[in-house]
Design a binder for this molecule. Structure first.
Ligand SMILES: Nc1ncnc2c1ncn2[C@@H]1O[C@H](COP(=O)(O)OP(=O)(O)OP(=O)(O)O)[C@@H](O)[C@H]1O
Length: 277
């Protein structure tokens, strides 16, 4: 059974903009997939649809996660709250409640299993707190557990967000440009953490990234979107310069040299050179 199965998903926004066009994908349990594409190609829209945070066009598409329907023909499944408990979502901007302690933010990951009144009162059991501390230790920020989330660096906040997904007990982790606001070292640590969660816990990870080099380094499988369509779906080793030129087009041409993909694999550097020349 696929971890994520998407069949014929299309999404047209009110403006008439077709953000996704007949997208079909099948992702197996334990895969780590990098989602790449130029700005506006539909990466965030696709991730939000998988998580049931947005609905596709009517009569166009069905999404299963762990064998259960998330949405069908533009309608969200009735049991979506239960479904969401098994889908972790990490955002570019961390989505922590800044005035609350890190520990509370992480405990909230167990929300689906917690009665609403207890969550609202920020009242968690000792077991829940211990589990949150354990998750914080795993992501390497246990010493910050009692600080307000706002006092953490960007990288630490993103690691807290991942700890929250660990508490959630999610089988699938969707990460929407999780390193876009981070410095290179923090970005590397977050990507290492995603890989660790993927390999040690067998969690399925789908991560959208602007940095092609990061995507090919950490994700064995790459899915490239262009104008809402799947342009490429294959192993990262098969990502070539000409593919990148096709995926990014003028965006790659216009990007400052420092922002272009560099280094390994060699063909990525070639892509920048070819397209930028
Ligand atoms: N709420 C919305 N209303 C109207 N159009 C939208 C909405 N959200 C996204 N779009 C459009 O859908 C297309 C896909 O957007 P999306 O954010 O998924 O792209 P992306 O690949 O994630 O881009 P980026 O890398 O810049 O974040 C874009 O043309 C965008 O303008």
């Amino acid at each position: 059974m696929s971890s994520i199965k998407i069949d014929g998903l299309s999404k047209t926004f009110g403006s008439g903009r077709r953000a996704l066009q007949s997208v079909s994908l099948s992702i197996q349990p334990g895969e780590m997939v990098g989602l790449i594409g130029a700005s506006g190609s539909g990466k965030s829209t696709l991730l939000r649809h998988i998580a049931g945070l947005a609905t596709g066009d009517r009569d166009a598409g069905i999404i299963h996660v762990d064998g259960r329907v998330v949405q069908r023909d533009g309608r969200i499944a009735r049991d979506i709250r239960r479904q969401r408990a098994s889908i972790g979502f990490v955002f570019q901007q961390f989505n922590l409640v800044e005035r609350l302690p890190v520990l509370t933010n992480v405990c909230v990951g167990g929300l689906a299993r917690t009665p609403l009144w207890r969550s609202l009162a920020s009242w968690f059991t000792r077991e829940e707190r211990e589990a949150a501390l354990h998750a914080l230790a795993r992501v390497g920020i246990q010493e910050q557990a009692y600080q307000r989330a706002s006092t953490l660096s960007g990288g630490q906040q993103q690691r807290a967000a991942i700890a929250r997904v660990l508490i959630q007990g999610a089988k699938t982790l969707l990460a929407d440009e999780p390193i876009a606001s981070l410095d290179p070292e923090s970005a590397r640590r977050v990507m290492e953490l995603l890989r660790e969660v993927n390999e040690s816990d067998g969690m399925t990870v789908v991560v959208s990234l602007h940095q092609v080099e990061m995507a090919t380094r950490y994700c064995p499988r790459i899915v490239a979107l262009k104008e809402g369509c799947v342009l490429f779906d294959g192993p990262s080793e098969a990502v070539t310069a000409s593919l990148l030129a096709d995926v990014y087009g003028s965006e790659l041409e216009l990007a400052p040299a420092a922002a272009r993909p560099r280094r390994t694999p060699l063909r990525l550097a070639t892509a920048a050179a070819v397209v930028g020349s």
